[in-house]
Design a protein around this ligand. Structure first.
Ligand SMILES: NC(=O)c1ccc[n+]([C@@H]2O[C@H](COP(=O)([O-])OP(=O)(O)OC[C@H]3O[C@@H](n4cnc5c(N)ncnc54)[C@H](O)[C@@H]3O)[C@@H](O)[C@H]2O)c1
Length: 422
């Protein structure tokens, strides 16, 4: 059944502000803009229906515009109930004629009904951030699997879920793992999430980081970025890990490494960034100091055990926007930001456009690649082709006005040989 209602957004009157902010982000997204110009001429996505489930931000709006410029018929829904920017959603509908189903603060039922609406679009291409559309297609909408050429996946957690689906032999169509591109995770996960996570914590609490003990759960790409930015603001950073290699790296980067049970006793601010569940549990909360602030920047709201926090509390109260206060029976107060959901997208604006330029260039070019290579792609999770990754790096450097050296013929030969020594 075709979608009858082409949007569900908070308020279309917010569109003018959304347009201004989309244009502002666009100034920082020159690589995507160049792709959009080429797409307009070449129409590589002509006639393709795309259902995209992404954070509805200014940067995503510029991606949606790019896909549409390439000839695609795009429907967008949110990949998190709290990350939608309502003015952007309105602008996409009013100004750019793109169907959007997303409202900031939507409840779980609405969130999933919006994903259903995107799936009703009968996509031939999917774009996910956390694999929620693909999840619905592989459960309630299996009859649509055969119509789909390929999907792309934006984040680490989504790629993990899709690789699990592939390993089970159940993946219904090819996937391009955008997160695995170097021009994505090296910059977006590290610098983008690093900065915007700190931004979210500060906007929500106005806390001073200098002199605080800042506990980072997980030292992957995201954790590294958050830790280095927290240190840059003068915090003493403590890292918790389960992987010995990553723990060693954190220690040699100069951070204190502790098990969460110990970190819980001394931390002032906590931020989980693991993609795992139960990183902060009741046992940890019992040990925390009065005033401890908890946040999460991993994909799902399962890293902090919210039910446990609730059950330990004798009283809960809305302390300020995005901050909930939990009072324990001994009088300690623990604060949770943005319901334990992605703090950078819930309490701030998500990644700066300059890094999303590369992430979304990968999305646009991966969609083009999937269409052009549909006949040869199997039901597997593929990396972004290296040529695309390198081309994005080259273009980004050019737009930043940075020149680099070129290998001479002699150097290229030397680097490819084994017989030249001292
Ligand atoms: N907030 C955002 O905008 C944003 C952006 C990019 C990625 N993400 C999400 O952030 C999460 C992390 O992404 P990443 O790219 O850094 O992944 P990653 O795989 O590089 O790193 C995760 C790290 O967490 C560690 N870990 C796992 N379980 C743990 C536990 N119980 N305690 C301590 N450490 C543990 C792992 O050993 C690993 O080092 C994912 O959910 C990803 O989808 C969020």
């Amino acid at each position: 059944m075709a979608t009858t209602k082409r949007y569900d957004v908070k308020d279309l009157a917010l569109a003018p502000e959304g347009v201004r902010r989309i244009q502002w982000a666009d100034r920082q997204m020159p690589v995507l803009a160049a792709i959009r110009e080429r797409f307009e001429r070449e129409q590589p996505l002509s006639g393709y229906r795309i259902s995209a489930c992404l954070h509805v931000t200014t940067e995503t709006a510029n991606l949606a515009r790019t896909l549409k410029a390439g000839g695609a018929d795009v429907v967008l829904c949110a990949s998190n109930p709290l990350s939608t920017q309502d003015d952007v959603a309105a602008a996409l509908v009013e100004e750019y004629d793109i169907a959007v189903f997303a409202i900031k603060g939507e409840d779980n039922d609405t969130y999933y009904s919006h994903i259903e609406a995107a799936v009703d679009h009968k996509p031939q291409l999917t774009m996910d951030d956390g694999a929620d559309v693909i999840g619905v297609l592989h459960s309630a909408r299996r009859e649509q699997l055969g119509d789909i050429i390929a999907g792309t996946e934006e984040t680490t957690t989504g790629v993990i879920r899709l690789k699990a689906l592939e390993a089970d032999g159940k993946l219904g169509f090819p996937i391009i793992a955008v997160n695995e591109a170097k021009t994505k995770h090296l910059f977006d996960n590290r610098y983008g999430t690093g900065q915007s996570t700190i931004d979210g914590i500060i906007r929500a609490t106005n806390v001073l980081l200098a002199g605080k003990r800042f506990v980072v759960g997980g030292y992957g790409w995201v954790g590294r970025g958050v830790a280095s930015r927290a240190r840059g603001m003068g915090a003493h950073v403590i890292v918790t890990e389960v992987d010995p290699m990553r723990a060693l790296e954190a220690a040699m980067d100069g951070h204190e490494v502790l098990p969460m049970a110990k970190a819980a006793e001394i931390g002032d601010i906590f931020c989980t960034a693991t993609g795992d569940k139960g990183v902060i549990t009741a046992e940890h909360v019992r040990r925390m100091k009065d005033g401890a602030i908890l946040s999460n920047t991993g994909h799902f709201d399962v890293e902090i055990d919210k039910p446990a926090l609730r059950s330990l509390a004798t009283e809960t109260r809305h302390a300020r926007e995005f901050v909930e206060e939990f009072t324990m029976d001994d009088g300690r107060r623990i604060y949770l930001i943005a319901e334990g959901r992605l703090v950078n997208l819930s309490a701030a604006e998500g990644h700066p456009a300059l890094v999303m330029d590369m992430s979304f260039a990968n999305q646009a070019l991966s969609a083009e690649y999937a269409v052009a290579n549909a006949a040869s792609l199997e039901r597997k999770v593929y990396p972004v082709p290296d040529e695309i990754d390198r081309e994005i790096a080259r273009l980004k450097l050019a737009t930043m006005g940075i020149d680099i050296d070129q290998l001479t013929e002699e150097q290229a030969k030397y680097l490819a040989s084994w017989d030249e020594g001292t």
